[in-house]
Design a binder for this molecule. Structure first.
Ligand SMILES: N[C@@H](CCC(=O)N[C@@H](CS)C(=O)NCC(=O)O)C(=O)O
Length: 202
């Protein structure tokens, strides 16, 4: 049984979804409920995955660890297919995630209204440009992973839900909309959402 520290709707939702795709049992703990989270992850971020004695942090690394450990088809074992899957995962985690992170930063740190509006527009434009890159890659396949969602598709689908919290217009193409909706509709994603809601209600 794994333990996953999470924040509601955050990138840790993708880690939980991957665990459900793998059919692995997981106990989820909301970060604020942990007495010693700073000791568990001094950086202060989720996801944090506990596997026995191991404490694993950094979402993309956690996914690679899980997919390799459980021999998942979501991460090819070698060759060009693996290189591409890891590139897609890193694009999601290290390029798209920080682009969305700017929206949270602007909302929390810029007080001047005009400056805030300008910063939101610039941040939204850069996110739209990144979605266009994904849109182009999805022209000949439903998911970045091909016929099945990859870890990158799951991460991107989590991020795609964040724009609605901000006064921004993010342009997303048809193929991206279809991909993210298909991932969100999967039983694994729906279960992950439900498990987070159960904790909020408890
Ligand atoms: N590079 C880290 C970044 C993780 C990250 O920024 N997590 C956010 C949520 S998406 C977080 O924990 N923010 C602090 C908080 O919400 O308390 C990773 O990929 O795991």
């Amino acid at each position: 049984m794994y333990t996953l520290y999470y924040v509601n709707g955050a990138c840790s939702l993708a880690t939980q979804t991957v665990l459900h795709e793998l059919g692995e049992p997981v106990e989820i703990i909301e970060k604020s409920q942990a007495k010693n989270f700073a000791e568990i992850n001094p950086v202060g971020t989720v996801p944090v995955l506990i596997d026995g004695e191991k404490i694993l942090t950094e979402g993309a690394a956690v996914m690679i660890y899980l997919l390799d450990k459980h021999n998942s088809v979501m991460l090819p074992k070698g060759g060009e297919a693996r290189d591409q899957a890891i590139q897609n995962l890193m694009f999601s985690n290290a390029t798209m995630h920080p682009a969305y992170g700017r929206l949270f930063f602007i909302a929390q740190n810029i007080t001047d209204q005009d400056a805030k509006t300008e910063a939101f527009i610039a941040a939204a434009d850069s996110i739209s440009a990144l979605w266009k890159v994904i849109e182009d890659q999805l022209q000949d396949k439903p998911y970045l992973g091909g016929d099945l969602p990859s870890a990158a598709d799951i991460l991107l689908s989590v991020y795609s839900r964040w724009g609605e919290f901000f006064p921004v217009d993010i342009m997303v193409g048809k193929k991206v909309k279809e991909m993210t909706q298909a991932v969100i509709n999967r039983p694994s994603f729906q279960l992950a959402l439900m498990e987070e809601q159960k904790q909020v209600a408890a």
